[in-house]
Design a protein around this ligand. Sequence first.
Ligand SMILES: Cc1cc2nc3c(=O)[nH]c(=O)nc-3n(C[C@H](O)[C@H](O)[C@H](O)COP(=O)(O)OP(=O)(O)OC[C@H]3O[C@@H](n4cnc5c(N)ncnc54)[C@H](O)[C@@H]3O)c2cc1C
Length: 810
Amino acid sequence: MNPLDQHIIIIGGGAVGLSTAYHLGKLGCPNVLLLEQNELTSGTSWHAAGIVGPLRASQNLTDLAKYALELVETIESETGQATGYKRTGGLWLTQSADRITELRRIAAMGEMNGLHGEFMSAGELGERFPMINHHDLAGAMYLPQDGQINPVDLCMALAKGARANGVEIREHTGVTGIVVENGIAKSVVTDSGEKIECDIVVNCGGLWARSIGELAGVNVPLHAVEHMYVVTEPIPELPQPWPVCRDMEGALYIKEDAGKLVLGVFEPNAKLWDHNSVDRKASYLVFEEDWDHVEPMLKAGINRIPRFETIGVSHFMTGPESFTPDTRQLMGRSAEVENFFVAAGMNSLGIMSSPGVGKAMADWVVQGRSPMDLWEVDIMRFQPKDNDLGFVRERIIEAVSNQFDMHWPLKQYKTGRNRTRSVWHERMAELGAVFGATAGWERPLWFARGDEPHAIEYGYGDQCWWPVAERESKMLERSGALFELSPFSKIFVQGPDAVAALQWICTNNVDVPVGRVVYTLMLNEKAGIECELTVIRTAQDQYLLTTASLTRIRDIDWVVRNARQFDIEVIDRTDEFSVLGVMGPNANLLLSELCDTSLELADFPFATSRVVTVADTELRASRLSFVGESGWELMIANDHALSVLDKILAKCKHHEIGMAGLMTMECCRLEKGYLHWGHEIGPEENPYQAHLGFAVRKNKPGGFLGLEALLELDLPQHKSLVLFEAGNSRPLLLHDEPIYLDGKWIGRTTSGGVGFRTGKFLCFGYIDTDCVPGACEYSREFEVKIAGELHSLVALPSAPYDPKGLRMRT
Ligand SMILES: Cc1cc2nc3c(=O)[nH]c(=O)nc-3n(C[C@H](O)[C@H](O)[C@H](O)COP(=O)(O)OP(=O)(O)OC[C@H]3O[C@@H](n4cnc5c(N)ncnc54)[C@H](O)[C@@H]3O)c2cc1C
């Protein structure tokens, strides 16, 4: 069927559902039906404050948000419906020098999207905006592109535009059931008992999206809170236009509304609200005024705008709004039901996000794939355990305050911790592990000794853990280190068609002898990289796929969806095994004392894997290296994992091997020039841009998914990945920092850090292909802008640590 002709049902007539409907209509989809249980906008959209702020935490999210500015320009003339949009400019006010650094970093990122933040001192602010108390401020950023809109009018314009393009909108039609057969939503049932058949369902149910998901067996981890603002009496002397003010430490925003000021809060102790506590069809919900609750923020508001003290409050508004565990939207196709999409959990940014979210969702539904890299907001980043109500309720309180909190490098949530621990957790803690959470797993970030830091101390300068990572990296290089790798996803693919299936979805040749390990990619039909993984052939008809812990659900989904035509089983066994990395020059010596098999290179070559006995336990040993040293990954059934670890630990001292954490691993992988999916590579990059052609077998019999597009890509590439070293400074390289050549912006960083074995500050970045140095041009002067300062960069022709990979193969 032509994807445009699919029968698409959108559930929810708020800003997000209406924008999705509008954009599907614009794409020319003739069979779109939007169902709203009450009236349009009667959920949360009617009472939003209407701030439209395009500058977000990353480039892709900024792109998504920035589209709102484009849409409001066109939709008014297209529909004749005003939206009330006003470009007022916006101020980000802060008392903290660290926050200024953070804002400067965000501003540099925004520049790449055409948003130009201007910085001013507290004194300058006071002169330009005398109503604002500037005396306790460290400074401010002004963004001319900030603005505000009338949410209901925006929704009405979207509805009008959608209808004009053939979308049917039915109000007072609630969805009470979703019929799912063999993992596919076949129809929805309405509260009048009508059954409507469909090809696609899009859940835009706002805070009700969790319950709508339950109707189909889809996890939608979000929860509502009571979200509030107060509106003052008119202030005659209020300057026009009044900029949207964000008082970062006060956790509040102040915007204008018809000559009055609106003060809204993102408090540290948000009040959860259970949508099941009222009738399903309750609409235009408002809650009781809770003055005690907002008092600290009101005080902060009076401090910021002293005029508040003498002006009355005309209205106290508390309505429900849903937040997600990581304060990022939930978008995309669900893993549980193939044709069920979600666009919900807007974290109080749903009005400003709705144009971009609706456009992206429409493209996603029609193309079957996200139109840009939206991994940050993809609902598949969450696992079923993340929908646990206890976890969600605890985390959501933190998620609300997270909107205005500092976004420190390596920032960890305080709530919802210790949900998944490896069997080694206690032992690692005894050994000094400082834990951080990834995909719900507690992972040792580093192992503190003596007076080394036993907790993260956040900052935008030298990181507190650098000296520890330096010690661990040097120990690894000199003798060796043990790494906890249990969170890696372990996916078995087995059955009569296992070879054929993986040959089809992998770029590399995986039809290798049993025991071989293959590094490969999986591509989409446009040759974008959907997955980067290690494949071990464990039997004639069985493979073990190892991927990152964060992409577990997405990777399984990719394999299942793209290998449907094959007779295979896909089994997720991540939680059954622990994995220990034993790496470094002495790793072989240590393991040989415990292993029944020769570990000599000639007997057990690099990139092979076998079941052996170590410490009286059968386990899978794979000779691999992610840190550039000779080493092993031991995959051990959980029941035996602790005893194996203890026996290995007992030998460590003799071989001068100690524990090392995730941060050391990260430093070492940069030095080796290894890439991370989600940073250096993703659906928008092809293997050639990332120099991963070595993992592609174009002549593989039968071809593979993405090959056709790849063949066309033997053309020049518009961007190319380069590894850089900082010239003469110690910058904190993270990601999304702009890169310049001869003063011209040519690209952005994807990740960065320090390599302690080489003493280099390193980052990866994509730059315009024309600017990639030729063989003799590595002396060209590149620069990176970090927090407003330019640092010189030198492009490296190869990875700085053991570029030939000799150490891994000894
Ligand atoms: C006090 C406050 C201030 C805010 N300020 C801002 C701001 O300044 N800027 C900003 O961008 N955002 C702001 N927001 C957030 C914004 O209002 C929301 O993020 C946005 O409205 C979410 O839109 P939505 O379409 O996802 O949800 P909703 O508008 O809630 O729409 C979901 C719809 O689904 C319908 N529905 C639910 N279940 C069913 C069912 N079973 N069948 C059929 N229909 C169903 C509901 O009736 C509802 O109409 C604010 C929110 C609050 C509470």
